[in-house]
Ligand binder design. Structure first.
Ligand code: FMN
Length: 398
């Protein structure tokens, strides 16, 4: 082994951690930039998973269960990354999924993500717990706007949100069903002295991130949850008041019958997000959904949950060829996207990948995340000898 090549010492290899987002070579670079800019408590909110983070790491490890078998000497001079979803073209086979509290990452963060999505010709899912009204996001020109629904409090709350989403022209309602209670996110809680009270050491840590503190909190003012604010009791409508109200008013009794009532009220496309069992794919079809998002919420809910990548092929077999099958959790590379499409997904949703870009550099960072993934997806397809999304199949695997 004397002549075995020595790896470059790890300390000599560095991610890009600052400067223009154009310098970021990968989503990992945007992540490094984000983690440098954010104070500890907001970095943890973005990064963390439930309990021992097995599901979080399992989402990435799942991609290692497949090996690719590139085909050569094929004309790959022209590649088409576009696809179709709900009968409409999508410029890229991925979109931005819903993440709450984006205002903690960048001022008006939801709008920044929506603008990046519109610029790239892909959908954006706005969370119920976003820091922008539905109308504010609907005003982004050219946006394919989806609204993600969490149900809190009485039926009148979800009914009102669904009606507003319809009035504002949202194409799809994404009903998230993997969060009947909030996952056990211990790492997140360690930064708090109590519900809604950041610990002293986490507060002190924010002072070491003055750029974030000024630009994200002090200058624009504390973010709010404007979609839920009208439903919280008087005097409990600031950020932490609404957070406390919503977490103590979760609809733990929500079931397929309630999903049926949402379906009956919502005339647009309906996606059920957070499906983790093939039997639930069948029930979603029976419930009249237009599609599902296979997701374990980025490892933030059930710590030993299956990686959604492993559910794609059985879900496709169960749902048939025409049912919209989306997937998220752990997607950081173009090759990841290619693998999901080859296994039978119609499209991928991005969670942290675009959120890292947002946290690193706002709208330009979010756009950079999409550009990196588009470039990587294109290159991965070329190296595999495939030029159209529709031609991706299990044949790409060894
Ligand atoms: C910071 C953060 C906030 C999230 N907020 C929501 C939310 O409000 N609604 C929702 O349906 N999913 C939410 N998710 C889950 C994402 O939609 C998505 O399922 C997950 O991020 C995918 O995993 P990935 O981050 O590894 O890509 C959130 C995820 C993160 C990381």
């Amino acid at each position: 082994m004397r002549n075995a090549p020595q790896p470059l010492p790890h300390q000599r290899r560095r991610h890009v951690t600052s400067g223009s987002p154009a310098r970021a070579q990968s989503i990992d670079d945007l992540r490094a930039m984000a983690l440098r800019r954010l104070p500890r408590f907001s970095a943890e909110y973005l990064e963390g998973g439930a309990e021992e983070e097995r599901a979080l790491h399992g989402n990435r490890a799942a991609f290692d269960d497949y090996r690719l078998a590139p085909r050569i000497l094929r004309d790959i001079s022209s590649v088409d990354l576009s696809t179709n979803l709900f009968g409409r073209p999508m410029a890229l086979p991925f979109g931005i999924g819903p993440t709450g509290f984006n205002g903690l990452l960048w001022p008006d963060g939801d709008r920044a993500l929506a603008q990046a999505a519109a610029g790239a010709g892909v959908p954006f899912g706005q969370s119920t717990v976003s820091n922008a009204t539905i109308a504010h996001i609907a005003a982004v020109p050219g946006l394919r706007h989806w609204f993600q629904l969490y149900c809190y409090g009485p039926d009148t709350v979800w009914q009102s949100l669904v009606d507003t989403a319809q009035q504002q022209g949202c194409e799809a309602l994404v009903v998230t069903v993997d969060t009947p209670v909030i996952g056990n996110r211990e790492w997140d809680r360690r930064n708090y002295a109590g519900p809604g009270r950041i610990s002293l050491s986490a507060k002190v840590d924010t002072l070491f991130h003055p750029g974030w503190l000024w630009r994200t909190i002090l200058q624009p003012g504390m973010p709010r949850f404007p979609n839920l604010e009208p439903f919280a009791p008087e005097g409990q409508r600031d950020l932490f008041g609404v957070a406390a109200w919503s977490s103590s008013n979760m609809r733990t009794e929500m079931d397929w019958a309630m999903l049926g009532r949402i379906r009956a009220r919502w005339p647009g496309k309906l996606l059920i997000k957070g499906i983790q069992h093939v039997d639930d794919v069948r029930l979603a079809v029976d419930a009249g959904a237009d599609g599902v998002v296979l997701s374990n919420h980025g490892g933030r809910q059930v710590d030993r949950a299956i990686a959604p990548l492993h559910l794609i092929a059985p879900a496709r077999a169960a749902a048939g060829p025409d049912f919209a099958l989306l997937v998220d959790s752990g997607f950081r590379r173009g090759a990841d996207v290619v693998m999901a499409l080859a296994l039978g997904a119609d499209a991928v949703l991005l969670g942290r990948a675009t959120a890292y870009g947002l946290a690193a550099a706002g709208p330009a960072g979010a756009a950079r995340a999409l550009a990196i993934l588009a470039e990587e997806t294109r290159r991965a397809m070329q190296l595999l000898g495939v030029t159209r999304v529709a031609d991706l199949s299990p044949a790409i695997f060894a």
